[in-house]
Design a protein around this ligand. Structure first.
Ligand SMILES: NC(=O)c1ccc[n+]([C@@H]2O[C@H](COP(=O)([O-])OP(=O)(O)OC[C@H]3O[C@@H](n4cnc5c(N)ncnc54)[C@H](O)[C@@H]3O)[C@@H](O)[C@H]2O)c1
Length: 208
């Protein structure tokens, strides 16, 4: 089945890398609408807190989260190997500001390296972390092409900056228009189909 069809009938397996303020609510939204979701985080303590229902967050309903974890709709792991079985990989790792107020992209570099090891034909990769213009093309594109995969045909690549304001109940995730930039028209089509399942308004733009 094509990725587009799997997105439309909600059978695509979605992985979210980094289950913090941004990644966890997003993962929960996808699981709530029926997608199988795998949450990947390098912090075992964070995974344990989520798994045991001990997480306190104003952006995630604790009962919903524990139902999704216990019925297997939302699987949690620290292993990047799970990426091999995913159709969509969304990167929400931190990019703290350095002393000179520039984003530190070391977690994006680690994530990119991990993803490339398990990359499969047909997958969609979306970067959500806040970063410099150019990160998607400069960090992800060369590694993908070096594996002999053609972006837009074999693999889909996009950037969609997260704009959530954690704790703001007036603008929950679903109501924040989702800006999406992609490497090609086909990539844009795939990423639009993905976010349209959980977000009210998707705003495609001309580039990443
Ligand atoms: N929090 C906000 O208000 C907000 C709003 C918009 C955008 N953003 C951006 O979203 C991104 C994520 O921010 P956040 O606030 O969710 O961060 P966070 O610190 O709350 O969570 C990040 C999670 O990623 C995990 N992580 C770190 N390196 C990893 C790796 N290599 N692989 C897998 N998991 C990894 C951490 O253990 C942590 O649980 C950042 O780029 C941030 O600038 C944040």
């Amino acid at each position: 089945m094509s990725l587009k069809a799997k997105l439309e009938n909600r059978t695509a397996t979605i992985s979210v890398l980094g289950l913090g303020y941004v990644g966890l609510p997003l993962a929960v939204e996808f699981a709530k609408v029926g997608f199988p979701v795998i949450g990947i985080d390098v912090d075992e303590n964070r995974l344990h807190t989520i798994k045991t229902g001990a997480l306190v967050s104003s952006d995630v309903d604790a009962n919903t989260l524990s139902r999704l974890v216990s019925n297997g709709s939302f699987i949690l792991t620290s292993s990047y190997a799970a990426i091999e079985q995913c159709d969509v990989i969304i990167i929400c790792v931190p990019t703290p500001l350095s002393k000179t107020k520039e984003p530190d992209i070391s977690c994006i570099l680690t994530a990119a390296e991990g993803i490339l090891k398990f990359l499969q034909k047909g997958q969609l990769i979306v970067l959500e972390s806040t970063t410099f213009p150019g990160t998607t093309e400069e960090i992800f594109l060369p590694g993908i092409e070096a594996k002999g995969l053609r972006v837009g045909q074999d693999i889909y690549l996009a950037y969609s900056p997260e704009r959530i304001n954690p704790g703001n109940r007036d603008f929950p995730l679903r109501q924040i228009p989702k800006v999406i930039g992609a490497i090609s028209e086909t990539c844009r089509e795939m990423v639009s189909a993905l976010y349209a399942t959980v977000i009210g308004r998707v705003v495609p733009v001309s580039s990443t």
